[in-house]
Structure formats: structure tokens, C-alpha cells
Ligand binder design. Sequence first.
Ligand code: FAD
Ligand code: FES
Ligand code: FES
Length: 511
Amino acid sequence: MRDTLRFLLGDELIEIASCNPTLTVLDWLRLDQRLTGSKEGCAEGDCGACTVVVGRLDRGRLRYEAINACIRFLPTLDGCQVLTVEHLKGEVGALHPVQQAMVDCHGSQCGFCTPGIVMSLFALWLNEDAPSVSRIEDALAGNLCRCTGYEPIIAAAQRMYRLEEARRFDRDAVAAQLREMADTETLALNGPKGRFLAPATVGALADLVMRHPDATLVAGATDVGLWVTKGMRRLDPVIYLGRIEPLRAIEDRGHHLDIGAMATHAEVRPALAALSPQLDELMRRFGGEQVRNAGTIGGNIANGSPIGDLPPALIALGARLVLARTPRSHNPHPEEAASAAVPKDEGGGLSRRTIPLEDFFLDYRKQDRREGEFVEAVIVPKLATDALFHISKISKRFDEDISAVCGAFFLRRDARGLIVEARLAYGGMAGIPKRATAAEEALLGKAWDEAAVAAAIAALPTDFTPLSDMRASARYRLTVAGNLLRRFLIETTQPGVETRVAGLLAEAHHG
Ligand SMILES: Cc1cc2nc3c(=O)[nH]c(=O)nc-3n(C[C@H](O)[C@H](O)[C@H](O)COP(=O)(O)OP(=O)(O)OC[C@H]3O[C@@H](n4cnc5c(N)ncnc54)[C@H](O)[C@@H]3O)c2cc1C
Ligand code: FES
Ligand code: FES
């Protein structure tokens, strides 16, 4: 066990022996370090004013990402480097190219959003050369500016690549320092308001989850962070999953993908995009860049939200969930298989069960997670070439917004063109992400045409009695759920018809 938190703040090594488990990075920076460049706008990951850049080792290589400091817990920085807007200045206060470009292009008015925008652009500058306008917009989707308007900011993002760097960021030196800090000890921090436990192996995680049944598991904290900043909840103990490298693995197994629970949305996106361009669009519209860099596939599923975006898509694909735990005795549950061939540190010796993803969601915020279990991985089948697949996310804003309704559909037809397999999954229509089994039944054995869609739409009220809330009324939800099936039919039978806002946007950019 290690009892001291270690990370780099810029070039400085920080060591902290006592810390509250849910102290946010933003509070620590502003209140403790008096680094007040990073701002607090919303404290819920929405506005981006608090954006900082975090460097972490990813399979031994340094990876820099923009994240929201307001909902990230300080101890999760263990083994990382954090860079704030204060770290960009060069010799005698020279501006970094990102900052200079913002000045040159008049990219700031009141200035409240500016440090966050600068840090999002700094992450882009570190990671990419000559991004397209659409990519710049993507990188800025998690940053709200209410006075300047985005044109000058996008112009700055293009200009920053043409300016000289006053201060060089020595990535090799940072990577070497982070490698030196890395270890496989469990970090166990005590603070006046509770304990923070961060195992570095799957085996140590399983033992901790079994020993602390009341612990809150934390992955990217893009949901849990808000329980603290908005819900004022006290979490003790916290078990953090982010140091366990094998949980981040994404493996292509030929017919399916094995995706570790801790793979972030940013990491998962290319693998899912290769399955379907509609999955790419879904991932592009998942939160903003900062949320995609922190939030994980396991967190999105385990959170059990009825409006999480990935569960309907994964259910429609036929995904299966792998749940793991330390065996409580030598007689594990008959459904569980012990995988003793792999050393326990790498996840061997654990009891595992694999269930269809839809079976995990039992009732509103109630999941099929047994004592000591955690989500270890998701198995995602690839689409057969003859399968029809569709996803639509309906939200009030195009970017950085959670769905009112999300529909994901999968169909397979036989040689005669009759539907032999149907999975229609919806978010936002019930207390859990759920299949429309009556509508599926209405499709089976039919040709894929307007009559089949009409029959499926007529069955939707049997499947769902949606709620009215701030995102949409029950009537709207039921109407849109049917209309999405119609869109699916149009897209699969009349490819020339434009049905997507993204298509219109792309046109506007080319025009
Ligand atoms: C600004 C903003 C925008 C967002 N936009 C979207 C959006 O467009 N679509 C969408 O679906 N969601 C969205 N979200 C919600 C959130 O980002 C996602 O649900 C995210 O995937 C959660 O993952 P996480 O790693 O941050 O989970 P955390 O917040 O760390 O955890 C969430 C829950 O899962 C549990 N948990 C985490 N990992 C495991 C595990 N391996 N095993 C067991 N339990 C576990 C935690 O205990 C907790 O109950 C948004 C959030 C914010 C703040
Ligand atoms: S303060 Fe708004 S995203 Fe952090
Ligand atoms: S400059 Fe005022 S909010 Fe962006």
C-alpha cells in the first residue's frame, strides 16, 4: 500500500499525504494553490470554463487530454501531470501560440470562458496538426462562450499553428518522470472526510470491492462528480478504477470487440466507428470533448441511467456484459466461471459471468450487480454485412446534450427479404434502456416496408408508457420513437434522401 498521492503540477512534483476523496481538482487549484486562471462556471461539466489538460501514460506513452477540473477528483490525478492556463506562459511572460492567436483574432470579450477555451485549444495543439473546421468545432463543443461568438475562436484555432512556440513542452522528460512514479501498489489515502482507494490491478480491485460493499466505484466521475458538486453527497470510501491498465484495453477478436470497462468514450470511438458511421456520429455527440476524455463505457452502463446513450446502441448490437468479482467461497454461483489460468493480478482467479446487456437493467437505477461485482468488460459483436443498423439521438441541442430519446435498431432478413431477427432498443422511453419487444414481434416475418413500420409503430404503446419531463413530453417521446423507425426505413431504402442534421452541417461547411 502507498499512502501518498503523487502527481506533477506543471513541472513540480506534488506529494499529498492527506486529502478528501472527492476534493475537486478545480477547488484544489483555486483555493489551495491560488491558481485562479481556471474558472468555475457551472460545476457540472457543461461549460468548460474549468478546462485543464492532463497528461497520463497510456501503454507507456504520454497522452494529453482536456478534462473538466470541476468534476474530477484530485486523487485521481495520481501518476499524471496536470497543466493549467498558468503553465502556458513562456520566458518573461511570453504568450503561448494558442493565447497569442486568441489575441490576434479577437477571440475574447468578457474573458470568463477564455482560459477554458485556451486549454481546449492547447490540447488540440498538442495532439493534432492542421485540424479541419469540423474537428475544431468538435474540440470546442464542451466550451460555452456567451459573448464572443465562435468565428474568431475558430480563426484563432487555425492561426495558432502558424505562430512560434515561446516555451517548449518536453514530453520525453515528462513521460520519464511519470514512468518513474508508476507502481503497482494500491494507493490508500486518508482524509478528514473519508478514504480514497486506487488499486493498480484487477485482482486488488476485486478484493477491495468485496471488502467494501458500501464503497462508491469511480471511473471517469462524469456522473459521480455531479453527485458531489450538485448533490452535495459525501462519498466514503471511494474506489477509483483509473489506474488499472487492463481495464482500458480494446481488443478486436475478429467477430466481436472486447472493450474494457475503463475505456473512455474518446478511446472507444474509433473502434465503434469502424462498425458503423452512425456509431461514430453518436460518439461525436456524446457530451463534449472533456466528457469523452474522462467518461467511460463501463460508467455509462453501470450508472444505469434511462437516458445513457451507449446502452440502447449496444443492446441493439447484441452486446454482452462481463461482471467479475473475487469468489466469496470455493463454491461460486453456478453461472459464474472462475478463470484461474490467468494470474489474479491480471484478472485470473476471479468469478465471472457474462449476461446480455439488456438483462443488466432491472428497474429504474437498479442493476443486476451482485455483492462484490464490478463491470469488467463489454463484448460487442460486429455487424454482419447483411444486417441493417440505425441509431438516432434526439436532444434539444445537437452537441453536448443528453438524449430525450435515443433509438437503436438492428434487423436481419432472410433470402426472401423477410425479417428474421429484430432488436429495437430505446433510451428515454422507460425507467431503463429497454427493447421494444412488441414492436419487434410486429416486424418478424414481414418484408421491410412501410406496412411493417406502421405495425411496429402501432405496437410501441404496448412497450412503453414514457414520462413527461424537462427534456420532452410523453406524447412527444412516443411520436418520435415511431418516427425514428420511419427514418430507419427511409435511410435503408431511399439512400438519396437527406435525414440527418450532421449531413446538413457538412454541406454548410463545404458550401
Ligand atoms: C456535461 C456532460 C455531458 C454528458 N453527456 C452525455 C451524453 O451525451 N450521453 C450520455 O449517455 N451520457 C452523458 N453524460 C453522462 C456521463 O458522461 C456518462 O454516463 C459517462 O459514460 C459516465 O462514465 P464515467 O466513467 O464518468 O462514470 P462515473 O461517473 O465514474 O460512474 C458512474 C456510475 O457507474 C459506476 N461505475 C463506474 N464504473 C464502474 C464499473 N466498472 N463497475 C461497476 N460500477 C461502475 C459508478 O459507481 C457510478 O455509479 C454527460 C455528463 C456530463 C457531465
Ligand atoms: S465549471 Fe463548467 S464545466 Fe467545469
Ligand atoms: S468571452 Fe465572455 S463568455 Fe466567452
